[in-house]
Design a protein around this ligand. Structure first.
Ligand code: 9UX
Length: 69
């Protein structure tokens, strides 16, 4: 089932960071839609929770060098 998860993202300083976070999240199988906001410092992700869970989303953000809050 598709689920929407909101994760705070720390350490983004420009639209390049936004693009980087967006790309690493979109690369995960099961991720269907990603919206990352620099102003709100958060990522809104629609994903198939049977394929990818919140822990993996957080891990991808951290692995890209940002803080999943
Ligand atoms: Mo912007 Mo972010 O120059 O990792 S890309 S600070």
């Amino acid at each position: 089932a598709a689920k929407q998860t909101v994760i705070g993202v720390g350490g983004m300083h420009c639209q390049g960071c936004v693009k980087n976070v967006t790309n690493v999240l979109q690369a995960l199988p099961g991720v269907e839609q990603v919206e990352v906001s620099l102003d709100a410092a958060r990522a809104v992700i629609v994903h198939d929770e049977a394929r990818v869970g919140e822990a993996q989303l957080r891990e991808a953000i951290e692995d890209a060098g940002f803080d999943a809050l």
